[in-house]
Design a binder for this molecule. Structure first.
Ligand SMILES: Nc1ncnc2c1ncn2[C@@H]1O[C@H](COP(=O)(O)OP(=O)(O)OP(=O)(O)O)[C@@H](O)[C@H]1O
Length: 358
């Protein structure tokens, strides 16, 4: 299963770009600023969420679309189209993202039931040094591969959390607070379970990966509150005064942390070298792609990853991608580093928002 017949219209610098005849390995080459990452971003928007740049909808439309844009693709199974999926914004409703699956309107979250899309981009290089919130978002994105309903649980939990924080501040009405805490605990426990399951499954997958040439990370999920609904609810009720004094809820999955250390040395990822951090991110990305491919079809977007690796690591990466089942999209400024896969990859030259098949 793979994405094919991809069509972008008025999406960033792509006025009308079509990519057909895709393969398992797909390569976009072109100068800086040509529009390669924009294509990967368009594909990342065929998943729930804000895509690989986390851009606002208003940033995505190109200059001639009147504020609207369209992204469409076929899902192919053994050469036949099994579904047509798309996401778009209409010029007359610029703040609203719409999704269509096989011609029928659907929710953005339901996209996760069709495809599991993962990515690694240069913007993620600082993930281990970033705030814990960035790693929570990362876990949530990866968790979609094993549970497409995870995004919904996160959004319901966040709504309940905002509501409780507001009620703590302006209301002494215990009945209201109890009702909100019940919701917060229900969705919070679901978020915790989703993240815990993701990290456990990823950790298993990572143990199968050799230590070399990519540094193998050891992942530990550190929950910010009790795991079960009942315990979380009880703890919230117990700590109302404390939370009121702090002005916010101090227990729950919004306080979770994903701890990452390098196997062997046990060094925390945040104090590893830039190269080691990147190698660990690649290892997690590959492990995740393997997970995704076990469930729904996986698509892996690797922006400027391969060209920056030394030849040994690059060859190892290509080998892993070849044996994996995910469809892979790679970008680079030159075809040369991709010499080993040029014979089997579908290659496009991207130039000023256009794509030419090579
Ligand atoms: N909303 C938009 N409308 C039109 N053009 C846009 C929009 N957003 C970004 N661009 C243009 O897209 C181009 C950047 O494209 P992209 O990031 O895909 O480049 P790239 O090929 O990945 O380059 P690099 O190799 O430098 O990463 C820039 O020229 C930028 O001005």
């Amino acid at each position: 299963m793979a994405l094919d017949r991809i069509a972008l219209s008025h999406f960033r610098n792509h006025r009308q770009t079509e990519l057909g005849g895709t393969a398992q390995l797909n390569l976009l080459v072109g100068e800086n600023g040509a529009g390669k990452t924009n294509i990967l971003e368009a594909l990342s928007l065929l998943a729930p969420g804000r895509g690989l740049r986390r851009a606002a909808l208003s940033e995505l439309a190109g200059p001639d679309g009147g504020g609207g844009f369209q992204i469409g693709a076929s899902l192919n199974e053994q050469g036949h189209e099994s579904a047509r999926i798309g996401t778009f914004v209409e010029p007359e409703r610029p703040g609203r993202r719409l999704v269509r699956i096989n011609g029928a309107e659907a929710s953005a979250q339901s996209l996760g039931e069709w495809l599991a899309i993962g990515w690694l981009t240069p913007a993620m290089d600082g993930l281990f040094m970033d705030s814990a919130g960035a790693r929570r978002r990362y876990m949530d994105r990866l968790a979609l591969a094993i549970d497409p309903t995870h995004a919904r649980a996160v959004s319901r939990f966040e709504t309940a959390l905002r509501e409780r924080n507001k009620l703590l501040e302006d209301s002494r009405d215990a009945t209201w607070l109890e009702a909100i805490e019940a919701q917060l605990a229900e969705h919070g426990a679901q978020v915790t379970a989703g993240r815990a399951a993701l990290v456990a499954t990823l950790a298993d997958e990572l143990t199968a990966l050799p230590d070399q040439p990519f540094a193998r990370p050891i992942l530990t999920y550190r929950p910010g509150g009790p795991a079960t609904r009942e315990e979380l609810r009880a703890e919230l009720a117990r700590h109302r005064n404390r939370d009121r004094a702090a002005g916010r809820t101090l227990t729950g999955p919004h306080r979770d942390e994903l701890e990452v250390v390098m196997s062997g040395s046990g060094q925390p990822a945040s104090s590893c070298s830039t190269g080691e951090q990147k190698a660990m991110l690649i290892a997690i990305t590959l492990a995740h792609a393997a997970l995704a491919a076990e469930g729904r079809p996986g698509v892996l977007l690797l922006d400027e990853v391969a060209a920056h690796l030394d030849p040994v690591r690059r060859a190892a990466l290509f080998e892993r991608l070849r044996i994996g089942r995910a469809q892979v999209w790679l970008t680079g400024t030159e075809p040369a580093p991709f010499e080993d896969i040029l014979g089997e990859a579908a290659v496009w030259r991207i130039s000023r928002g256009t794509a030419e098949r090579l």
